[in-house]
Ligand binder design. Structure first.
Ligand SMILES: [Zn+2]
Length: 278
């Protein structure tokens, strides 16, 4: 074992006890609407008859969300919504199900969950482009646009607060996630345009920063539009195809997190979509 191994062991050890992790915090966004997380957030909404959770996240986050709920109410969790089919949002549902909650998702999310023993299958699903869920004197409007960031992605609107929870469709302050795994970029950008037609002035998000505004949606939209334009321009230029990802620059976004590391991957994803249609 040399010094590199020792340093690596030390780092993995520190990581496993979460020395570097940000603590999980509870954010009171509204009187009865909370977000719980570190860089990834779940949501809970307290109604007159029980609590609604949106996204359990993994089992660690789900336990933290349960603890946060118990601090502010003794009402049980009655419903858990899955926002979409990705494991990082839905693998911790057991703690809520065990105390009697019912799990709900859009049918397309349920149909497209890659089997994982930790991910519980939704008890019921909803269909179509939109519906309204009313429980305990509270209303949540649900919107589905099609495949975009993932499958069965639901946008949740809280009419009481003129707010939407947009989950992963807008991640603030950062370029798009790596190579956009499992995404349909062209649908995603089209759906962002549709979502902006909804009525809202507050935006809640599942990663990096939970609370934002319409400006966060606009920035994401502009980033996508500029990315497509930059890729189109590069494809029409003399730059060899395989050199495009490292030569495309969008300096107006250089202050976004992961700009240097992920912009080339973002570019690859758009090039691939243009090359194979998906
Ligand atoms: Zn996702």
């Amino acid at each position: 074992m040399n010094y590199k191994h020792i340093i690596m062991l030390l780092f993995t050890g520190l990581w496993s006890v979460n020395i570097f992790a940000q603590p999980i915090e509870t954010i009171k966004a509204q009187n009865d609407l909370y977000f719980v997380g570190d860089r990834t957030y779940s949501c809970f909404y307290i109604t007159n008859d029980g609590v609604i959770v949106i996204d359990p996240l993994d089992s660690t986050h789900a336990a933290a969300t349960m603890k946060a709920i118990k601090k502010v109410t003794n009402k049980p969790v009655k419903y858990v919504f899955y926002s979409h089919n990705h494991w990082d949002h839905i693998s911790g549902g057991k703690i809520f199900k065990d105390q009697g909650a019912k799990i709900i998702s859009h049918i397309k999310a349920k149909e497209n969950i890659t089997p994982n023993p930790k991910v519980l299958t939704p008890d019921s699903t909803w269909n179509g482009a939109n519906t309204t869920f009313t429980y305990g004197g509270k209303t949540i409007e649900l919107f589905y646009y099609g495949k975009n960031h993932g499958e069965g992605m639901t946008v949740f609107r809280f009419p009481e607060y003129n707010a939407i929870f947009i989950i992963d469709l807008v991640v603030p302050d950062r370029v798009l996630y790596a190579y956009l795994p499992d995404a349909s970029p062209k649908n995603w950008v089209a759906h962002l345009k549709e979502i902006q037609k909804l009525e809202f002035d507050k935006v809640y998000m599942a990663h990096v920063r939970a609370i934002g505004t319409r400006d966060d949606v606009t920035l994401m939209q502009n980033y996508f539009d500029d990315l497509y334009e930059a890729v189109d321009k590069a494809l029409k230029s003399d730059t060899p195809f395989f050199e495009i990802p490292t030569t495309v620059k969008m300096p107006q976004y250089k202050d976004l997190m992961n700009y240097e590391e992920w912009l080339p991957m973002n570019v690859w994803r758009i090039m691939m979509e243009k090359a194979i249609g998906k």
